[in-house]
Design a binder for this molecule. Structure first.
Ligand code: ATP
Length: 233
């Protein structure tokens, strides 16, 4: 579904992602783990086009996206929930959701918004509240719902557990697993390696911008070096 080949990107002369190749198959949940500053967020930004790529390619379902701007990549089926959620705090929950579907018809958005409310009942209750007034967990649900309103073929999530209390982390991870069970294709970036590996099919470990290891999530979880470096036992 999503095929990244030799992708390189960064900020001016700083190279933060080097020669990264990865794939996400239809219906798969693939995790990218790595330390703070390993390049995980830059990788997602380079895939979604908000940061320029210096080399390599991004293909989605056979379509070449590498030269498209971020909006065109969304229309092609790539949705990105950025780190920090980036909601419109002064707008209502419902308006934030509708913005996710700005390139689709009103009828499509009307139908999908009910689906999001079924998935996240708390958002239905608070549909007229300002997004900025929601709790951290609710804001993460809204960010997920807004991305799903684009009817993406691939959903990219940047650290959805960041800043949440453990109970809420568990809830968000359950939601991500449910999305996968419903057939959503997901690329999940997480610093919380243990949590990500527990729900992923496959994983890539990023170290200073490069893929240091890849494989089935259960193998990565058992890898002695990974246990040592990322799992703390
Ligand atoms: P985190 O979990 O902290 O977001 P990360 O693995 O996502 O970490 P990135 O944010 O992608 O890592 O950062 C990769 C490298 O790029 C780091 O060395 C970082 O300092 C650098 N970097 C990130 N954003 C910028 C920026 N806007 N300008 C310059 N350098 C940046």
């Amino acid at each position: 579904m999503l095929r990244i080949e030799n992708l390189t990107g960064g900020y001016g002369r700083i190279i933060a992602v080097r020669d990264v190749s990865l794939t996400v198959g239809a219906g798969e949940l693939v995790a990218v783990i790595g330390r703070n500053g390993a390049g995980k967020s830059t990788l997602l930004k380079t895939i979604s086009g908000v940061q320029p790529s210096y080399g390599g390619s991004v293909r989605l379902g056979g379509q070449e996206l590498t030269r498209l701007d971020p909006a065109a990549r969304v229309r092609a089926g790539l949705a990105h929930v950025p780190e920090g959620r980036q909601l419109f705090g002064a707008l209502s929950v419902e308006d934030n959701l509708r913005l996710g579907a700005h390139h689709r018809s009103v009828a499509e958005a009307d139908a999908d918004i009910e689906q999001q409310f079924d998935m996240f009942p708390v958002l239905r209750e608070r549909r007229r509240s300002q997004a900025g007034a929601l709790s951290g967990g609710q804001q993460q649900m809204l960010a997920l719902g807004r991305a799903l309103m684009a009817a993406p073929r691939v959903l990219m999530l940047d650290e959805p557990s960041m800043g949440l209390a453990p109970q809420l982390v568990a809830q968000i991870l359950r939601i991500i697993r449910t999305l996968k069970e419903r057939g959503t294709t997901i690329l999940l970036v997480e610093q919380n390696a243990r949590a990500a590996l527990a729900i992923a099919d496959r994983a890539y470990v990023l170290e200073t911008g490069r893929v240091a290891l890849e494989g089935p999530a259960s193998d990565v979880l058992q890898n002695p070096r990974i246990k040592d470096l990322y799992l703390g036992y």
